[in-house]
Design a protein around this ligand. Structure first.
Ligand code: AMP
Ligand code: MG
Length: 404
């Protein structure tokens, strides 16, 4: 069986082999729709940030040299409001009332916050604390200089980036065109979410989780519904799915008598590059391609599907989107409880992780196996347990993936 890393290498080298410059061209979207998308342009600061020396406290703009001896009484010569400023020049013995975000008047070199002052009269104030030079203010250009590259092409746009783009005047941004991804659930036992399962039936949850994972990765999902464990129905849906950039089928790839997905892949001439990964859950993960379409068969158990998507499909989508980083984020933690290893497969076990004393601590969460979404939803991480006999002991370092 293939180790996880080897499987991922196969997926990525297939993607590199098929890559063409015109695949997934860049397109413009409204800033509000750009979160979590892959940026396809370098973004430069269109002005210094901040664009002027600005107060970061409400209080009084002063010459800090006046405050070597306190309390000090200063005369108030004006008011600088956010958005306006004050057309004054602060001399020794003077100050200017100022609000957070307002331009620092000429001559001043510190802002004393209002809490450290006592108003004596409309024209004078008593300053109760000393100030250092540049205290209570931010000098022009200290965050970024006009023309600095603030975001690079290939970056996944995060929340702070979105604010930064807004601040830089980008009402539209260039992102990668979304790959189109077909999602097919399979199983005679499945009913739709709004139906009541009869004895032996369960609701189709994978279509929802896969489509959500597809969206989160920055691609566009199309749920093609449920295919029954029947050659004709599978053929009909898989034929449609093969017209997309990626086809994801969940279920029907294990050893059961009615697991027919791989047969239908073969009928359509899908070249399968692997159909087993030394991973628990997620062993019967299938990957292949036909023409320009990548094809995945993910094991049907809800947790297996999610994990296999995260390890193999998401990196491929990010590659197609020209993201700078495609591999899952792997962190390290100290184990707080033993974790059993498997001699045949690397395991990804739902876990609880916390950050304390400068490092992560982790322990397996209560979990009943690869169908147990209840257990998974109470966990916040997956421990990556290496493929070997024995047990990882408390105190050992373990790798893990953070889940949101
Ligand atoms: P399979 O991979 O088809 O053998 O399915 C493995 C297990 O996952 C079975 O218990 C299925 O009922 C369950 N399963 C398969 N597809 C789905 C789905 N779309 N939603 C929820 N559970 C599923
Ligand atoms: Mg099935």
């Amino acid at each position: 069986m293939l180790p996880i890393e080897r499987g991922l290498e196969i997926v990525m080298s297939a993607a590199r082999a098929k890559d063409r410059p015109d695949k997934m061209p860049a397109k413009s979207v409204a800033l509000a729709d750009s979160l979590h998308r892959i940026l396809r342009e370098d973004v430069l600061a269109d002005a210094d940030s901040p664009p002027f020396d600005k107060a970061v406290r409400d209080g009084f703009a002063v010459c800090f040299e006046d405050l070597t001896r306190i309390p000090a009484v200063l005369s108030i010569i004006g008011e600088s409001r956010a958005g306006a400023g004050a057309d004054v020049s602060v001399q020794r013995g003077q100050c200017c009332e100022i609000m957070t975000g307002a331009p620092l008047p000429a001559g001043a070199n510190a802002v004393v916050m209002v809490e450290n002052t006592e108003r004596i009269s409309p024209g004078s104030v008593r300053i109760l604390r000393t100030a250092r030079e540049n205290e209570g203010l931010l000098r022009r250009g200290t965050e970024a200089r006009e023309g600095d590259t603030i975001l690079r092409s290939g970056r996944r746009i995060g929340l702070a980036d979105l604010g930064l783009l807004a601040g830089a005047g980008k009402s539209t941004v260039m992102i990668s065109t979304e790959p189109r991804i077909a999602v097919i659930a399979t199983g005679d036992e499945l009913v739709e979410v709004d139906e009541n399962p009869k004895p032996g039936q369960i609701r189709n949850s994978n279509s929802y989780t896969i489509c959500a994972q597809v969206k989160d990765a920055g691609a566009e999902p199309s749920a093609l519904g449920i295919a029954r464990d029947d050659l004709d129905d599978l053929r009909e849906k898989i034929r449609r799915g093969l017209e997309y950039d990626i086809l994801i089928v969940s279920g029907g790839v294990s050893m059961g008598k009615y697991d027919l997905v791989e047969n239908v892949f073969a009928e359509f001439g899908v070249e399968v590059l692997f159909d087993k990964i030394a991973m628990k859950p997620g062993k019967p993960t299938v990957f292949g391609h036909r023409g320009s379409t990548y094809v995945f068969g993910l094991p049907g158990n809800p947790v297996s599907t999610m994990v296999a998507f995260h390890m193999f499909v998401r990196p491929l989508i990010l590659f197609l989107l020209k993201a700078e980083k495609t591999a899952p984020d792997i962190l390290e933690a100290k184990l707080e409880a033993p974790a059993k290893c498997d001699a045949e497969r690397a395991a990804l076990v739902p876990a609880l992780v916390r950050f304390d004393g400068g490092q992560y601590w982790i322990q397996p969460a209560p979990w009943k196996g690869s169908s147990d979404l209840v257990g998974l939803s109470r966990a916040n991480a997956l421990i990556m347990i290496p493929c070997r006999p024995g047990t990882l002991e408390p105190g050992e370092t373990a790798k893990f993936l953070l889940m949101e």
